[in-house]
Structure formats: C-alpha cells, structure tokens
Design a protein around this ligand. Structure first.
Ligand code: C5P
Length: 256
C-alpha cells in the first residue's frame, strides 16, 4: 500500500501572452506547490476502484485520477487492478490545481507500485495529455511554466511572504475564465522580467485571469476591496492574501 501527499499549487504570477490556433492560450507562469494537499492511497487489488472522502466528487471516467490510470495502462501495458482512495482537502474549481495534482500523484504512485519501470521525465511528458497543469506536479515545487503551462522549468525555492488563502463558496471553471478573457486587458509586463524580479526578491503578483474572473464573480471583487494586496491563483476562485513577514516556503513534501 502506498500513501502519498498530493499538494495544491498557487500561481505567483500568470501572464497570458496570446491565443493559439489550437484554442489554448500561450501563458507564462510562476508556479509554487504549497503545504495544503490531498492524501492518495493506492493498493494492488482484485478490481479497479476509486473512492473519495468527498461524496460530491464524481469518481467515474471524468475524474483526473481515472484518466491518469487509463493513461498509465495505455502507455505501459501494465494492467494489474488497483484500489485508489482520495482524502480530499483541496477545494475544487479553486485554481489550486487539485485535480491535476491528483493525476500526477496517481501516475507517480502507479509507477512506484510497479517498482519504477519508467522515469519521472517520461511520466511528466505523458501527463500533459491529461491537462496543462499536470506536468508541473513532477517539478520540485517551484517552477516556471510556459506553452499552455505544460513546459516546466524547475527553479530553486524562493523566499516569499507568508500568506493565507480565501476561497469563496462559488467555484470558477477554467474554460469559462479563458473564454471571458480579453487580451487587450492583459498586463504588458515581460514575464521573463517578472521571473527575474521574483528571484531577486521583487515580487509582482500579477494574474491576467483576474480581470475576467472579477467580472464573473462578485465575491472576488469584495475580497479585493477588503484586502487590496490579494491576488487570484490560476483561474480562481481562490485569492491569496499576503501577510507581510518574509520566510521561505516549504518545498513540496511527501512525494519522494
Ligand atoms: O489543459 P486543461 O484541460 O486544464 O484546460 C482546460 C481548458 O482551459 C482548455 O480547454 C482551454 O479552454 C483553457 N485553457 C486555455 N489555455 C491554457 C490552459 C487552459 O485556454 N493555457
């Protein structure tokens, strides 16, 4: 039996650079894994099962854990049935990458159950077909992601102010936020410059998806009013509230 931590992420900045012919958007984003996370348990079994502590979460083919299992089978031909249980702590439709993290953790866990026949690099490459954010979860916890988000460059841990998260009860769907985005409303700041500045301690928490999200979700505007330095992570609806003092973020734990 394997018990694995499946961390959430926040986007310290997220720039949208343009729309691509395939319908995705070209982005450049600084991703950071955080201590909030789910717990995944994987065991070889007599038949495939997926259970979840949250009864509202669908455990069928649409669940990214199931997609990761099917992908692993297709790529490897390894078909031993597995029982997977998910203890869900990361809110959904929150911009925290919970489903993507679960998918990456499932791929990693299946490979571990079979005694690591494939490299993490291979798992990471396969994982991009599940979702744009999934490859990030094979990084060491701090990474610069470009393309549609699936091209991941590992970075050293950053020193960042401590923060807390506010998640309004309403969730936001990623496709809807990208659809509501107007490119002319995006920042014009160079993402490579933003990254360079972050590395020398100059933090500009910019998220181009925040304007469309604020348009669609009134509670986000209320949070912004109350906490002017708050910024949104991913496609929302979680807001990150900075609390001032600077201390290093933990690196991702519990994977290796
Ligand atoms: O890759 P993923 O399945 O997570 O993306 C969900 C949806 O979000 C896509 O179908 C697309 O509408 C939008 N998206 C986008 N540009 C990205 C990532 C996602 O337009 N870079």
């Amino acid at each position: 039996m394997l018990q694995l931590f499946s961390p959430a992420k926040i986007n310290l900045f997220l720039r949208v650079l343009g729309k691509r012919p395939d319908g995705y958007h070209e982005i450049a984003s600084l991703f950071q894994a955080i201590d909030l996370g789910d717990q995944l348990t994987l065991t070889f079994s007599t038949k495939d099962t997926l259970t979840c502590s949250n009864p509202d979460l669908p455990c069928g083919d649409s669940n990214l854990i199931t997609k990761a299992l099917m992908l692993f089978r297709r790529q490897t031909g390894l078909n031993t049935p597995v029982a997977i249980h998910l203890e869900k702590n990361i809110p959904t439709q929150a911009g925290l990458g919970g489903g993507s993290s679960n998918a990456a953790t499932t791929l990693w866990g299946l490979n571990a159950l079979h005694d690591f026949p494939f490299s993490e690099q291979e798992l990471q490459t396969w994982s991009a077909s599940i979702g744009s954010d999934v490859p990030f979860f094979f990084s060491k916890g701090t990474a610069y992601c470009i393309g549609r988000g699936e091209k991941v460059r590992d970075l050293l841990p950053l020193s960042l102010p401590s923060f807390s998260l506010i998640k309004p009860s309403v969730g936001l769907a990623t496709p809807a936020i990208f659809q509501a985005l107007k490119l002319q409303e995006c920042s014009t700041l160079d993402p490579d410059q933003l990254l360079h500045d972050f590395m020398i301690g100059k933090h500009r928490f910019i998220n181009d998806l925040e304007i469309p999200a604020l348009r669609l979700c009134h509670s986000l505007a209320q949070i912004k009013e109350k906490h002017p330095t708050a910024f949104m992570t991913g496609s929302g609806s979680t807001m990150v509230i900075l609390s001032g003092d600077t201390k290093p973020l933990h690196r991702k734990q519990g994977w290796y």
